[in-house]
Design a protein around this ligand. Structure first.
Ligand code: ADP
Ligand code: ADP
Length: 227
């Protein structure tokens, strides 16, 4: 049994008497430890699919299974999320920002603090543990938000265009960094992007969502080049 199984998943938004088909009949398996790049044009339903996996939206039909759990999920629990914006709390230090999910979930603080220290090291901003977000560049803030997504040791990390707001050069560097972090952490990562090059570069599997009335998912496995 695969770690994640999506079977015929559809989601329609209903708003103002209108219906918007966001995700249509998506079927896909994800194995544990894979870095799956979810790629497709704007509006094809990538974010919606991520929100369904995160338990932030319910889907209308189909089955979503993560580990031994079948949807509907409770949000947050065993999932880490990284968004386009780092969304750090500006009045908290970087270390205290990274600790936030552990605090919210009520995990033992001493152990979590130790783990946060390891993670801040892993993402390469250990010198900034006691700094405030405004003292960090965009790329460094995103490193902090990646560490925050790992602090409660979730099995699955969902990333919604995490480097989309960064300049092209920083983005390339962060893609390499993510590759390293992925290998070190051994986590299953679902990475949303609209850049096909980025998807093929990063993904051990690439899932393509297409736009249009009959939205379909295609996917293929990529042989990872050694960096
Ligand atoms: P769920 O997606 O689990 O049904 P939500 O509370 O997210 O729960 O959404 C309930 C309904 O409200 C959705 O079906 C959607 O159509 C509508 N909705 C939610 N957010 C928005 C939004 N930002 N704009 C328009 N409609 C929305
Ligand atoms: P992507 O992430 O691939 O750009 P989204 O999942 O954000 O796509 O959106 C898929 C489709 O659903 C789009 O047509 C978008 O306009 C629509 N949509 C997204 N969120 C909502 C919402 N809360 N209410 C109504 N329609 C929505």
């Amino acid at each position: 049994q695969p770690f994640i199984r999506l079977e015929g998943v559809s989601k329609t938004y209903r708003f103002g008497g209108k219906e918007f088909l966001a995700v249509s009949d998506v079927t896909m398996d994800i194995e544990e430890g894979q870095l799956v790049a979810l790629v497709g044009p704007s509006g094809c339903g990538k974010s919606t699919l991520l929100k369904v996996l995160a338990g932030l939206h319910n889907h209308d039909s189909g089955t979503v299974q993560i580990g031994n759990e079948v949807s509907p999920f409770t949000p947050g629990r065993d999932i880490g999320m990284v968004f386009q914006q780092a969304l750090l709390l500006k009045w908290r230090t970087i270390l205290d920002n990274i600790l936030l999910p552990a605090e919210i979930l009520g995990l033992p603080m001493a152990a979590s603090r130790e783990r946060a220290r390891d993670l801040i090291e892993m993402v390469g901003i250990a010198n900034f543990a006691d700094a405030y977000p405004s003292q960090l560049s965009g790329g460094m803030q995103q490193r902090a938000s990646i560490a925050r997504s790992l602090v409660h040791d979730p099995k699955l990390i969902l990333m919604d265009e995490p480097f989309g707001a960064l300049d092209a050069l920083t983005r390339e560097r962060m893609n390499l960094e993510l590759m390293r972090i992925w290998k070190e952490s051994g986590k299953t990562i679902l990475f949303v992007t609209h850049g096909i090059q980025e998807a093929v570069f990063l993904g051990s599997k690439v899932a393509v969502l297409t736009a249009g009335p009959a939205r379909m998912a295609a996917h293929f496995d990529v042989n990872l080049p050694e960096p």
